[in-house]
Design a protein around this ligand. Structure first.
Ligand SMILES: NC(=O)C1=CN([C@@H]2O[C@H](COP(=O)(O)OP(=O)(O)OC[C@H]3O[C@@H](n4cnc5c(N)ncnc54)[C@H](OP(=O)(O)O)[C@@H]3O)[C@@H](O)[C@H]2O)C=CC1
Ligand SMILES: O=C1CO[C@H](CO)[C@@H](O)[C@@H]1O
Length: 283
């Protein structure tokens, strides 16, 4: 990847810009509107939101007010927990589209494989949700479909009834949490791994090895993390509501980490903590 406008190619041939702009905790209102506008002004063309973030409305306003044509922006949202199942999904999708004030989505994800509400029948609930996703995809309302926080057994279960395979799995991938087995399974299945919390949700900045690498490359720790994610073959989704950081996080194309440093970063086991088990936790 050489610039923000470079893309990964999904299994269905759709191009997905190589860095996504994260929006979790970007507060609905001025903060989210301005950060989305700033990201688009900086050159990001990929925005990641979710019904859970309660900022879809502001994300939509930011996109409109940016003046950038809709077709040049890749927009992802996610199905809220508690809305799994066929009809529930169709309804939740319409709410998301109304909030975003858009007429199609580039990517829609099942946010969580096994939420508490449908824990006793998650297999059936996901199958119903996926059927709705496939219909919306076939109708052109969603350009690509995928999942998030899915482990291998969730994907294998989904496969039993799916006509169309998921194109993306959005999971926590950051220094010290590389989920190697799952990522190699995703590669075998031609499912793109999107890296959420690529800065460990802000926990990476005190890690001594990262401070040393930052000095070695003359780049910020955030830039090292995002560059690392790209070199690992992940699609990073850094979040910031701060203008300077939004810009900084986009400038990761003028250096390359050595293979040795890539593996040092991968090996910082648990330095930013680990993702929670989606079969026993909910949000
Ligand atoms: N599918 C899922 O279940 C999940 C998806 N996600 C997605 O991934 C995105 C990113 O993950 P998230 O957990 O938000 O965290 P990140 O790993 O992106 O870290 C964000 C934090 O780092 C700070 N930060 C950003 N850039 C810099 C910088 N250059 N220097 C110093 N600090 C910086 C931000 O502060 P500030 O904003 O104040 O500048 C914020 O506190 C989310 O926003 C969301 O879109 C996240 C979690 C779960
Ligand atoms: O996207 C997300 C944002 O944060 C939540 C944690 O409170 C996650 O569980 C969720 O998946």
């Amino acid at each position: 990847m050489k610039s923000l406008s470079d893309s990964f190619i999904l299994a269905n041939g759709v191009k997905i810009p190589c860095i996504g702009f994260g929006t979790w905790k970007a507060q609905n209102g001025e903060i989210a509107v301005n950060s989305v506008k700033q990201a688009l002004k900086t050159g990001y063309r990929h925005i990641d939101t979710a019904a859970l973030y309660y900022n879809e409305e502001s994300v939509g306003i930011g996109i409109k007010e940016s003046g950038i044509p809709r077709e040049d922006i890749f927009v992802t949202s996610k199905l809220q927990n508690g809305e799994h199942g066929y009809q529930e999904t169709l309804n939740a999708f319409e709410v998301t589209m109304k909030n975003l004030n858009l007429d199609y989505l580039d990517l829609y994800l099942i946010h969580w494989p096994n939420p508490i509400k449908t824990r006793s029948n998650w297999q059936e609930a996901n199958a119903g949700t996926w059927k709705a996703f496939e219909e919306l995809y076939e109708a052109g309302r969603i350009r690509s479909i995928g999942v998030s926080n899915f482990r291998r057994h969730h994907l294998e279960e989904l496969k039993k009834t799916a006509k169309i395979a998921p194109m993306v799995n959005q999971i926590r991938l950051c220094p010290g949490e590389t989920q190697d087995e799952l990522v190699s399974y995703l590669r075998e299945q031609n499912i793109l791994a999107e890296a959420y919390s690529p800065l460990g949700s802000g926990k990476i900045f005190e890690v001594p090895e990262m401070i040393a690498l930052s000095e070695k490359y003359g780049k910020s720790i955030a830039q090292i993390c995002i560059r690392w994610s790209l070199q690992m073959g992940f699609l990073p989704l850094p979040k910031s509501v701060t203008k300077e950081r939004i810009e900084e996080n986009a400038h990761v194309f003028d250096f390359e980490l050595t293979a040795e440093d890539v593996s040092i970063i991968a090996g910082l086991d648990g330095c930013c903590g680990y993702s929670t088990n989606p079969d026993t936790t909910d949000f």
